[in-house]
Design a protein around this ligand. Structure first.
Ligand code: MN
Length: 227
């Protein structure tokens, strides 16, 4: 195909043990998926259906430095287990959902909390609070063949060496398989889709100059500085 100008390069993430990169298609995010985080955001943590939002594919980045974004004085960290799909589809049954997973990673759903709070108050969309440039830092992807499917792993985030967030994957209100299945009833999932599966409690603000260490024990680590 001939384009009227050169399109931007496709966003891609590195894969552990491979020279080849994972081409990112879309980034889906679960709004709240841990009981204690739902409570700290003032929500009822009952098992009502999950809600979703998305970030543009080019928000994903695996790099040692992330730019502190403009237009916020309250940038928050949300450490999350990230699911990377190798195949997709519609109406995927829960018991087949994990077969679509290519890899897992740990990521940070960076959030301009001040803009999100204003959007919530005015019943406006979340896009500017969630979908900005470099808003989805992500570790190298670890293929399922290497790490298996995480069910009991600890998930944590440290800022400048101080523990801010800690939880366990089994505390997720909706499991990875359930999230994939429900998402596939709303969208046709595609190879290259990433799913940020929600954050445990302890979200908070970070500043320019801070060093963030996100971890899913036994699976993946991501360290970056805000510049
Ligand atoms: Mn999140």
């Amino acid at each position: 195909m001939q384009y009227v100008f050169d399109p931007p390069p496709r966003t891609a993430l590195p894969v552990t043990g491979s020279e080849a990169f994972f081409p990112v298609h879309r980034i889906y995010c679960v709004g709240r998926n841990y009981v204690e985080h739902a409570r700290e955001m003032g929500d009822d943590p009952s098992r009502e259906p999950p809600f979703f939002f998305s970030k543009p594919a080019d928000a994903a980045i695996c790099a040692p430095e992330i730019r502190y974004p403009p237009a916020t004085a309250d940038l928050h960290h949300e450490v999350e287990l990230v699911v990377a799909l190798r195949t997709g589809g519609q109406d995927i049954p829960v018991n087949q959902a994990l077969s679509h997973v290519f890899a897992y990673a740990v990521g940070v759903d960076l959030t301009r909390r001040d803009l999100q709070s204003a959007a919530k108050a005015q019943r406006r969309p979340w896009d500017t609070s969630k979908g900005f440039d470099q808003s989805a830092p992500c570790s190298k992807l670890v293929p399922v063949g290497v790490c298996g499917h995480p069910f009991q792993n600890l998930i944590s985030l440290d800022v400048n060496g101080v523990r801010r967030q800690a939880g366990c994957i089994h505390e997720m209100i909706w499991s990875v398989a359930e999230v994939i299945s429900i998402l596939s009833s709303l969208y046709t999932l595609q190879p290259g889709d990433l799913i940020f599966t929600g954050t445990p409690s302890g979200v908070g603000a970070v500043q320019s100059g801070d060093r963030l260490e996100a971890r899913v024990e036994g699976l993946a680590e991501l360290t970056f500085s805000l510049v």
